[in-house]
Design a protein around this ligand. Structure first.
Ligand SMILES: [Zn+2]
Ligand SMILES: [Zn+2]
Length: 295
């Protein structure tokens, strides 16, 4: 808890170091590279198994994801599996509808003994605890972010530490947490899922493609969350590039039936809108029209 709030506050140090545009590029590199590590490894690989990769590639992406300072890969992905299992119902580790905005956004991550432990039967714990390098990262999850902070300081002193670690670690925390809160509150719903998940272009940008969350709740298995080319999903572009050079395989796609469902839902909404306009004709006019038809 102290570490988390210390990092959040440390982001304010950007006002204490001299500004330079290259530092903004450093922020972007640190934010987006680690966002893709979280999304690609923690989310789409460990939690949803939407593709396969070899052990060295898995280790590198998991290391990058762990450097985001959002605890370990097994902890993160294991809780995420529970989120899908109980989405927006009792048992969901982070649902604003169940436990309020603050708890769903930050509180659950910091201090909850009730949800903090994962059962040994959790599919992520059960299946990946046999990989010692992943278990090591999970147990010593403070090491990668600490190493990144030290490396930044050694490379460029305070400005690099602040713009390459403090600020992007804060922005990335909220980008990730927003998927749990904002994406269950604000945005559009392509699919009528049982949960409150929504698609949101703003969170899609900052969380490296995770903002297409209603798509994702409808079909979790896909390696892409943006289901169409115009839905920005940089993590998907990385997975596709890995596939092209043989680093990723068994890449799960969105089945034709899901696209068909999306088309049908869109058509249904369109007819719903027409009916809505007819219903909106004032009563007086409706009666007059009815009289005209009768006579
Ligand atoms: Zn969700
Ligand atoms: Zn998911």
């Amino acid at each position: 808890m102290v570490v988390f709030w210390a990092d959040q506050a440390s982001a304010l140090l950007v006002f204490a170091v001299p500004f330079a545009w290259p530092l903004v590029a450093l922020w972007a590199a640190s934010h987006f590279l680690r966002a893709i590590g979280l999304t690609l490894a923690f989310h789409r690989y460990f939690a949803h198994r939407s593709f396969q990769m070899d052990r060295p590639a898995r280790f590198v992406w998991t290391l990058i994801g762990t450097a985001a300072m959002q605890k370990g890969p097994l902890w993160w992905a294991g809780h995420h599996v529970n989120h899908h299992r109980f989405a927006d119902r009792e048992g969901d580790p982070h649902s604003a509808a169940v436990s309020g905005f603050y708890y769903a956004h930050i509180g659950w991550f910091l201090n909850d003994a009730r949800h903090d432990r994962l059962a040994p039967t959790n599919p992520v714990v059960r299946d990946f605890s046999s990989a010692p390098e992943i278990v090591w990262l999970d147990r010593y999850h403070v090491v990668p972010p600490l190493a990144l902070a030290v490396a930044m300081y050694l490379a460029g002193g305070w400005p690099w530490l602040v713009w390459g670690f403090c600020l992007p670690t804060m922005t990335l925390a909220h980008a990730t947490f927003a998927i749990n809160t904002i994406n269950h509150m604000f945005g559009s719903r392509r699919f009528e899922t049982r949960d409150a998940s929504r698609n949101n272009v703003f969170t899609a940008v900052f969380a490296a493609g995770e903002g297409w969350h209603n798509n994702h709740h409808r079909y979790q298995r896909a390696a892409r969350n943006g289901f169409y080319w115009w839905e920005f999903d940089p993590t998907w572009y990385v997975i596709r590039a890995m596939k092209a050079v043989g680093l990723a395989w068994d890449v799960q796609v969105v089945p034709a039936r899901i696209y068909e469902e999306a088309r049908a839902a869109k058509a249904h909404r369109a007819t719903g809108r027409v009916a809505g306009i007819i219903d909106a004709v004032p009563l007086q006019l409706q009666l007059e029209l009815a009289e005209e038809i009768e006579s």
